[in-house]
Design a protein around this ligand. Structure first.
Ligand SMILES: NC(=O)c1ccc[n+]([C@@H]2O[C@H](COP(=O)([O-])OP(=O)(O)OC[C@H]3O[C@@H](n4cnc5c(N)ncnc54)[C@H](OP(=O)(O)O)[C@@H]3O)[C@@H](O)[C@H]2O)c1
Length: 323
């Protein structure tokens, strides 16, 4: 495993981390979740990503139980939570968003579910148009000062919103966001590569990027249709299927088919190659993997070796394939 600093902070995260979205508390059972965390840990993964809304809090409960059951040393791993969407299915106005009240409640609830005394990373899962950014920065600063959170950050905030948070932090001597959690993969590059470009040096911003396989699309498993027993094949995932394979779906699939052909020519598994491509970006602190089977995770964890093998000419072919 390789470890990378979270931006200019002193925290060293594994370059490959592991997240619970859709799988924990929903798609897979507890023993499978345990096997996945154990496999990740055995390969040097030290960061496990969560959120209040994943399976309405159940994903964090499973993660907390599994980590406790495996007796991972608290000073050896990092866990995150994220607040914004709420943890109940129809949240009241005070049960969601980025108000001081909800951030406080969400943090305390995540600590209980994850069975820890502090969160290593705590994210504002989306921007909240109904809360002044100053209030959010003050609330996160307070959680850091109380020792409940080590590093706070944003997820899918615009560059302008991140700048505003830093401006308030600087003016009021408050803890500034240390990281952002954006989507980043071969099919979704603009925000990380262009919009955020000035922020990395300006604020020492780290990134923990999500959906490196575009929910599995980049494995090539959807090239000839949607197989059963896959994320996009599940009844509850109609919205995601529509989002990825709806309107511009055929054009997206054409790019993926070209990419998987290049992967085959390079003699690499498409999944590991796609993840290696994310790792290539020096502004990526950690690539968060998702998996429903241990075999998938084992394959994806090969990405660092793939990164060593592929030269510039190979990456040019990958880039041309998805253009
Ligand atoms: N901040 C945010 O807004 C946000 C949003 C989304 C995710 N995240 C975080 O990022 C993490 C990763 O995102 P993600 O789960 O979307 O990642 P992903 O890598 O794009 O998709 C993972 C899914 O692809 C399939 N897959 C993975 N490896 C495979 C392989 N080698 N062969 C075949 N299929 C494979 C599995 O689904 P099936 O087996 O079911 O097909 C797996 O659950 C999440 O767990 C979460 O922690 C954050």
């Amino acid at each position: 495993m390789q470890y990378r600093r979270l931006g200019s902070s002193g925290l060293q995260l594994s370059a490959l981390s592991f997240g619970a979205w859709v799988t924990f508390g929903a798609q897979i059972g507890r023993s499978q979740a345990r096997n996945l965390v154990a496999c990740a840990w055995d390969h040097g993964v030290n960061f496990f990503d969560n959120a209040e809304n994943y399976a309405h809090g159940e994903a964090e409960r499973v993660m907390g139980d599994v980590i406790a059951d495996l007796r991972l040393p608290r000073d050896g791993y990092c866990v995150s939570s994220k607040a914004f969407f709420g943890s109940v299915s129809d949240p009241a106005p005070t049960q969601r968003g980025l108000s001081r009240k909800h951030l406080n409640d969400a943090c305390n609830a995540a600590l209980k579910r994850l069975r820890v005394d502090y969160l290593d990373l705590f994210f504002c899962h989306r921007p909240d148009p109904d809360t002044p950014i100053l209030e959010t920065v003050q609330a996160m600063d307070a959680l850091v000062r109380q020792g409940k959170v080590m590093y706070w950050g944003t997820s899918e905030w615009s560059a302008a919103q991140i700048r505003e948070a830093h401006k308030h932090a600087r003016a009021n001597h408050l803890q500034a966001p240390a990281m952002e959690q954006p989507q980043y993969n071969l099919l979704h590059r603009e925000r990380v590569e262009l919009e955020y470009a000035p922020l990395y040096a300006e604020y020492g911003m780290g990134t923990t990027v999500w959906s490196p396989l575009a929910s599995g699309l980049l494995t090539g498993k959807y090239n000839q249709g949607v197989p059963e027993d896959t994320r996009l094949g599940h009844d509850t995932m109609g919205w995601l299927r529509e989002h990825l394979l709806g309107d511009s779906g055929e054009a997206r699939l054409q790019r993926v088919r070209r990419f998987t052909r290049v992967a085959t020519e390079l003699d690499e598994a498409p999944a590991a190659l796609a993840i290696a491509w994310c790792l290539r970006n020096p502004h990526v602190s950690s690539v968060i993997l998702g998996a429903s089977h241990v075999e998938q995770l084992q394959q994806n964890l090969q990405a660092l070796e793939v990164l060593e093998r592929i030269g510039e000419a190979g990456w040019q072919r990958v880039k041309a394939a998805v253009a």
